[in-house]
Each structure stands twice: as C-alpha cells, then as structure tokens.
Design a binder for this molecule. Structure first.
Ligand SMILES: [Zn+2]
Length: 259
C-alpha cells in the first residue's frame, strides 16, 4: 500500500461507478480518506461495503459522510447497518453525516422505524463543518438533488496542507470552486465523460470537471462516476486538454497520497 504524502492524507477509491454498472467488481461511489489519526468514508454506494471491508474494517471509521440522497451514493448503508447490528458483538455504532431526510427515507424503504438510528449516530443537515479523527470536514452546496453537497477534507492540525475535494454529483462546476484550495486534489464526477451532456441530469462532463480544477488551482484531478457507456480514455483526454496538472481516472483500489 502506498504511504501518505506530506499532507498526511491518503485517498483510496472503494467504488467509482455511477448509478449502474455493466461489469462485476465495480461498486458505486465510495471513497476512503485516511489520516494519521483517523479515517472518514465519503459515500457508500451499491456494492461498496465488501470492497471497503477488504481494505479497512468499517468499524474503525470515525464517520461516514454522504453527499446526497441518490441511492448509488449510500444504499449500502442497509448492509452496513445489519453488519453493525448483527455482525458485531456487542453491536457497534458509527457516526453518519448526511443531508436532511435520510433517516425517513430508510424507514420508508425498510418499513421499520428508526432503522438507521439503531446503529448510526445520525447528523442530518444542509451544511457540515466538523473535525473527526483529526480530519477537518467541510461542505459546500452543489447543484444536483435536494441537499446535495461537495466535501473537502484536510488535516485539522495542518490547515495549510493540501486537502481532498470530492464533488459528489454536481451539475455546475462553478459550485466546486469555493471549496478548492491551491494544491488540493479534486476528485470530481464526470458522468458525461467526453459525450454530449443532458443538462437536465445535473452532471458534469470531463471538461467541466477540468474547468473546476483550473479555476480552483488544484494540483491533481481524479475523474470518477463516469457513465458506463462513456469512453474513459476520451474523457481523460478531454480533461487533460484543459487541465495541466496530473489527471487520472478513479478505479476501485486506486490509492493516492494527497500531497
Ligand atoms: Zn446523484
């Protein structure tokens, strides 16, 4: 496993698929961010729990932060709730940070009141500013679904060090710029890749993700959440023609020091 860079942060891609996949072994959105004193998980889409557990015991997470309420970003919370409740003795709990309304949605889905609250300490709200496991987590609203936000994570004890900005799903690249600090790694969705975007879907092209990276002064751009029908290499080429920094594609198991 790669070490951590000077910032002390390490990103591991657990799942990078969009809302569906056409191949096995392609979990949806989930990203592990580890620091010297703790770890946060960003999103937990379908198929991500097993992929996470192969890399790090989920019980050791300081918190899970969800970007928005579309299921491909959190639906494995069902499986994780069962793991916490029935796969751990004594039952374990985790902190869960998510947009308003997530607990009610799971209650309706599962037909069981208090489903998430039985095993998660749930914080619902529109904005996030918290320090967890030595990591500073902040959010900014983005144009997508109700309550959608992007996150930035940096070391709480090294506020000037590079951090990671994760777009979640985002329909307007300018929404990401206020979160990005010079030298950051931008992990951005590029659902449309190099294809023609349908504006009604509120997703980015690879070129738009690159525009955010340029405008924010990011040092690195990681493209993720590409639709299964797009050509990843064309998406990569489109981003590289706009953004001069290191640019790569997310894939499960990719490990990057954030520096
Ligand atoms: Zn979405």
């Amino acid at each position: 496993m790669s070490g951590r860079g000077p910032s002390g942060l390490r990103l591991t891609v657990i799942g990078a698929a969009a809302a569906w996949t056409r191949v096995p072994g392609a979990p949806s959105s989930s990203y592990l961010v580890e620091g010297p004193a703790g770890a946060l998980l960003l999103d937990l889409g379908q198929g991500a729990l097993g992929a996470l557990a192969a890399i790090r015991d989920p019980l050791t997470l300081d918190a899970i932060a969800i970007t928005h309420l579309h299921p491909d970003h959190h639906v494995d919370l069902v499986a994780l709730r069962h793991l916490l409740r029935w796969g751990s003795l004594p039952p374990a709990r985790l902190r869960l940070i998510a947009p308003a309304g997530i607990a009610a949605r799971y209650d309706a889905f599962l037909g069981e009141g208090g489903f998430l609250g039985a095993s998660f300490d749930v914080t619902e709200g529109e904005t996030v500013e918290a320090t967890l496991g030595g990591l500073a987590l902040v959010s900014a609203p983005v144009t997508h679904g109700a309550g959608s936000r992007a996150y930035r994570i940096a070391r709480a004890d090294a506020p000037g060090a590079p951090g990671l900005v994760y777009s979640g799903d985002c329909g307007r690249w300018t929404d990401l710029v206020p979160l990005i600090r010079p030298g950051d790694t931008l992990l951005s969705e590029a659902f449309w890749g190099a294809e023609i975007a349908d504006p009604g879907a509120n997703h980015l092209t690879a070129d738009e993700a690159a525009q955010a990276a340029v405008a924010g002064g990011a040092a690195r751009l990681v493209l993720t959440h590409l639709a299964a029908e797009t050509d990843p290499e064309r998406a990569l080429a489109a981003a590289r023609s706009r953004f001069p920094g290191e640019t790569l594609l997310a894939r499960p198991g990719l490990v990057l020091p954030v520096d």
